[in-house]
Write a protein that binds this ligand. Structure first.
Ligand code: M6R
Length: 609
């Protein structure tokens, strides 16, 4: 996690680096810092807490000069504090780092024996000292960095400046993301695309083991061992405005409201209406392989794992393939039965989640094929997979995932149609019905968003409680999990999601007048059973909040609050029932005064295992 930014060129570095850090604050906000070089000297400004604290400090202590580097931190080694804030300095070198140095204790001991003193508890500081130590021997910035990084084990994206060669910026990557932005007579580097969109859309995506030496006029990409690497910039289609709040109070609210557009974009160009067929441009897997598949593993973390659970319903029902769903951090530890007739389907908004990336490598290590559903173009997972289905959600900045989730559901639906057709399980008539429903989805989400005022009203009566239970059945069980996760993440209220039918096997003991139970109850084959669950809650004095798709459903007697979504086919209903749950979490969190876009302890990209 953590975000790093670098700039080299004729402009003052601080405003550019600071602006980049603002776009990366979703990656961590325990502390922030910037270093620039002015007249050959490194100057550093750091502050504990959010970027705002650094901005205030910079007013009293302006940092002039260029080049510059910056960092926003999600603490791993060393508590959140100013001394642990990056950049870290030693002997004329200054470093910002995203990742974890696994052998830092060994390196630290060795450096102490050589007389080095440390001013922080971080693993990062050893990089600066280690470069200093190598520089003493070789007298060359670039060689010292190469040698130091050669001694380091673990994950890193680093940006380094030196007083010895003040006109250079060196960056390197191993296991953590790093992107180069190419300007006119200037270069930018950052952990993620939005940090550079205001300056350039020409981006170069670095691979693990690559190192770049920049001057303002030129850059040289090589491997860590020094072999030249040729790369051409890619043009990114995201616009700078997409990474702004655009008048909304929070990114999360903006992203909730963007869902009709994000879903329309994810569908666009992928449907051939005359044949009722789906076309997936980057699928990268041969038909003969997909036809012969014997099993699919869907692997993901967090919200993306909830999408995976919905995907199992879709794929087993329409493509008739056994599907297992795994949490990525568990997958590789259970020696999964990946064979050449297995597809591992990864779902990741960021494409950088360390556990999901490790699952990818586990599957590849067993000669399995990997398909990714991903939102970030050219992310590590997208690049290493055999094929990708991109969600076109645009940049998601709010730490709580919203539009990424619903576009993942749509990508799974498209893949199901594709595979069901290919394997002869979905005839043209069925495909046409499913596609017609899909095309109507953005409009129906617009309808759901009209519930916003009613949901805000309801939030006033629910914000004081300490616990919530969410119930759903079938393909709505993952939505119950997702509703509970969203509430936990941003309002810090404890919430659990359960399959509705399991309530009587334990959670029913929790029910009293204090416990709101959110019951997702669309009119499908289990409606009556779920409605019976509501009566069971009511009979025990619990408070029922229901999400359903039919106003005259008799639920008014069974629930204190009822939110009614439009109707759609059952396979797409999870998308619609998600919307009121997102809004409910959002409004409760706003009323509680929490930090909606940057909830405590969380980071948008979990690039540590
Ligand atoms: O980028 P990914 O989809 O791989 O991220 C997975 C989870 O870290 C992510 O979904 C997390 O659970 C979100 N904070 C949920 O809102």
């Amino acid at each position: 996690m953590c975000g790093i930014v670098g700039y080299i060129g004729p402009q003052q570095a601080t405003p550019i680096v600071l602006d980049g850090l603002r776009k990366l604050e979703y990656r961590g906000y325990d502390s922030a810092g910037i270093a620039t070089i002015n007249q050959g000297k490194i100057n550093i400004c750091r502050a504990e807490g959010k970027l705002l604290n650094l901005e205030k400090r910079l007013l009293d202590q302006p940092l002039i000069g260029h080049p510059g580097i910056g960092h926003t931190r999600w603490a791993t080694h060393g508590r959140p504090s100013e001394i642990n804030a990056h950049p870290h300095y030693a002997g004329g070198f200054v470093v910002v780092h995203n990742g974890i140095i696994e052998n830092y204790l060994d390196l630290n001991t060795s450096l102490r024996e050589q007389g080095h003193n440390f001013s922080s508890d971080t693993d990062t500081e050893i990089i600066a000292h280690w470069i200093e130590e190598h520089y003493k021997e070789c007298g060359d910035f670039e060689s010292a960095v190469r040698k130091a990084l050669g001694d380091v084990r673990g994950a890193y994206a680093v940006a380094i400046l030196s007083e010895q060669e003040p006109d250079k910026l060196i960056v390197a990557k191993q296991g953590s993301p790093l992107v180069v932005g190419q300007g006119q007579g200037e270069f930018f580097v950052a952990s993620d695309i939005p940090a550079m969109l205001a300056h350039t859309r020409q981006m170069i995506f670095l691979e693990d083991g690559e190192l770049v030496v920049f001057t303002a006029e030129a850059m040289a990409i090589t491997t860590l061992a020094g072999m030249p690497v040729q790369k051409t910039p890619k043009t990114i289609t995201w616009s700078p405005v997409m990474a702004e709040k655009d008048g909304y109070r929070h990114f999360m609210l903006k992203e909730i409201y963007e869902q009709p557009r994000a879903i329309a974009d994810t569908i666009a160009g992928r449907i051939r209406e005359d044949q009722a067929e789906v076309f997936l441009e980057d699928i990268g897997l041969e038909d003969v392989f997909l036809k012969g598949l014997e099993r699919i593993y869907i692997v993901a973390c967090g919200t993306s794992w909830h999408a995976a659970l919905v995907g199992k319903f879709l794929l087993e029902k329409h493509a008739r393939i056994p599907v297992e769903v795994d949490i990525a951090s568990e997958f590789r530890y259970r020696d999964p039965l990946v064979t050449e007739k297995t597809l591992t389907l990864l779902i990741s908004q960021s494409g950088e989640t360390a556990d999901t990336l490790a699952a990818l490598r586990e599957a590849h290590g067993k000669a399995g094929k990997v398909l990714a559903i991903c939102n970030v173009v050219e992310s590590s997972i997208a690049r290493e997979s055999d094929g990708v289905i991109y969600t076109h959600a645009g940049p998601e900045i709010g730490v709580a995932s919203t539009k990424a989730f619903t576009t993942q559901l749509v990508a799974l639906y498209l893949f199901t149609l594709y595979l069901g057709d290919l394997r002869g399980n979905l005839d043209q008539q069925n495909r046409r019905t499913m596609l017609d429903a899909l095309v109507s989805l953005p409009g129906k989400i617009e309808e759901c968003l009209k519930l916003d005022d009613a949901i805000e009203q309801a939030a006033h009566g629910l914000m004081q409680v300490h616990d919530f239970l969410y119930l759903g059945r079938g393909n709505q069980y993952p939505i119950a999990l997702e509703g509970a996760l969203k509430l936990k993440e941003i309002s810090y209220i404890h919430a659990e999601g359960y399959p509705a039918g399991e309530m009587k096997h334990g959670p029913i003991a929790l029910i009293d007048e204090q416990l709101p139970v959110v019951v997702i109850a669309p009119h499908n084959e289990t409606f009556d059973k779920v409605a019976a669950n509501m009566e069971e809650v009511q009979a025990r004095g619990g408070r029922v909040v229901s999400v359903t798709d039919q106003a005259e459903s008799g639920l008014a007697d069974k629930a204190e609050i009822v939110f009614v979504t439009p109707k759609i086919i059952d396979d797409l209903m999870p998308v619609l029932t998600t919307i009121p749950l997102q809004l409910l979490s959002y409004h409760i969190a706003v009323l509680k005064g929490t930090d909606v876009d940057q909830p405590r302890n969380l980071a948008k990209r979990v690039t540590v295992e």
